[in-house]
Design a protein around this ligand. Structure first.
Ligand SMILES: [Zn+2]
Length: 438
């Protein structure tokens, strides 16, 4: 097992190490990042007020805008010369969020990613095909160096050129596929179109799928069509990148590597820390990052944390699958709707494919439109009854959402395919209806 000592830490040891690292980190961030010195001063607290994990709630939050405000070099705690790499994510505002890494930060991230592969079931003898985008996005290099650190053979195919991708998967007998879940769904479909039978022709055992939320139904669909075990990986560029948390083979939540990330769950509106086991926004403190310390970073991801021992023997707390992002949540006619709920309802409907788009618009009232492709086999069969399928889809959506959707069934292939994160939700309404402005 890669870094077994860290992976198998007991709850008490995790707590002890978190406390030690937290106290050090609070001082380090305060003394080296002017933004934190200012935040502490404005909140009227000093580092001596933080004596243990129970005091962490006194520390002000860090939000994405703090990073944008420090474009381009970010919240640096070290001289720029000590930075060995930058990554960036594009934001809707046009100003990218830049993150920076020292040599030690990269070593730590590689260790976390190697553990992530290992905990998901990958082994040094695996052949890893990495179809995440390489570049400023953290997915490509994160999954690449993590697999190398574990000792795997890496095929850095990156995104795109799907035909070549599938050819290499076949020729090299790829055993681990790393990509977004939506691209995995597309690869399964495309390989059938190129004449392959994915379950028989490919040797992939494990999928390392992350970078976007996906439902249990999407997992079942990928596992079924590709004959692999689809493992969820969580992370974001602000927190190194992928490798913050990962599912073990039990698939009962994603283990957060708690020796490096201290997690809290807060009420997204009031900012109050919620008791253990309650659903709320995840907030992370990075416990030993050098270049860019982050204290209490608000992720906008909504989930429940489970602190009990997992059947795999790990005590690292588990994210019980991300239900959605607070900024992805749609309020339609006063009802809270997560796109992942719509996806789940669609995939439960027999005869419906996994390719869909959600459009929200308003004339007088909010209206929800769902465009979805009919499953190819059904579409081409004589049994296809559009009216009956429409009725079943509509019933399944109402059962989950409690609101009526205008559904449009499309022929297979009608919705544009993407190689990265899928653009599945289009909100045509005014911006002030979104939760970040509430
Ligand atoms: Zn586990």
């Amino acid at each position: 097992m890669f870094n077994e000592k860290a992976q198998m830490m007991k709850a008490d040891d995790i707590r002890k190490l978190q406390t030690e690292k937290m106290l050090k980190m609070v001082r380090y961030a305060h003394d080296n990042v002017p933004m934190y010195k200012r935040k502490f001063k404005e909140a009227g607290i000093s580092i001596s007020d933080i004596k243990g994990l129970r005091d962490v709630h006194k520390i002000p939050f860090t939000v994405k805008d703090d990073l944008r405000d420090h474009y381009p070099y970010g919240i640096l705690a070290v001289p720029r010369e000590e930075v060995v790499r930058f990554h960036a994510s594009s934001g809707t505002t046009g100003i990218p969020t830049v993150v920076s890494y020292t040599r030690n930060d990269l070593d730590k991230w590689n260790d976390l990613m190697a553990r992530t592969y290992c905990a998901a079931g990958a082994k040094p003898e695996d052949i890893v095909q990495n179809a995440y985008g390489y570049g400023l996005f953290t997915g490509g290099l994160g999954f690449h160096y993590g697999a190398e650190t574990l000792g795997c053979s890496v095929l850095p195919t990156a995104t795109g050129n799907t035909k070549k991708q599938i050819q290499m998967m076949y020729d090299f007998k790829t055993t681990v596929l790393a990509c977004t879940p939506s691209y995995a769904i597309y690869l399964a479909e495309a390989s059938k179109n190129f004449g392959y039978k994915p379950r028989e022709d490919f040797d992939i055992r494990i999928g390392m799928f992350g970078a976007e939320p996906w439902s249990d139904e999407a997992r079942a669909s990928i596992q079924e069509s590709m004959g692999l075990r689809a493992q969820d990986v969580y992370g974001m560029s602000e927190l190194y990148g992928p490798g913050v948390a990962v599912e073990c083979p039990e698939q009962k939540g994603l283990h957060i590597w708690a020796d490096e990330f201290y997690v809290e769950t807060i009420d997204p509106v009031s900012g109050e820390v919620l008791p253990e086991g309650e659903k709320g926004e995840l907030v992370f403190t990075m416990l030993s990052r050098e270049a860019m310390p982050l204290l209490r970073y608000r992720t906008k991801d909504i989930a429940v944390i489970n602190y009990e021992e997992c059947d795999c023997g790990r005590w690292h707390p588990r994210i019980m699958r991300i239900k959605g992002r607070s900024d992805d949540m749609l309020i339609i006619g006063g009802v809270n709707v997560f796109p992942s709920q719509i996806e789940a309802a669609l995939l439960e409907t027999r005869g419906i494919s996994e390719h869909y788009q959600i459009i929200v618009d308003r004339d007088v009232l909010d209206k929800l439109y769902v465009k979805v492709e009919v499953d190819k086999d059904l579409y081409e069969s004589e049994d296809y009854n559009q009216e009956e399928l429409l009725k079943r889809t509509s019933e399944n959506l109402i059962a989950v959402l409690n609101i009526r959707a205008n559904i449009k069934l499309l022929e297979p292939g009608a919705i544009p395919r993407t190689v990265g994160k899928a653009k599945r939700v289009i909100d045509m309404r005014e911006e002030h209806d979104r939760i970040e402005d509430v």
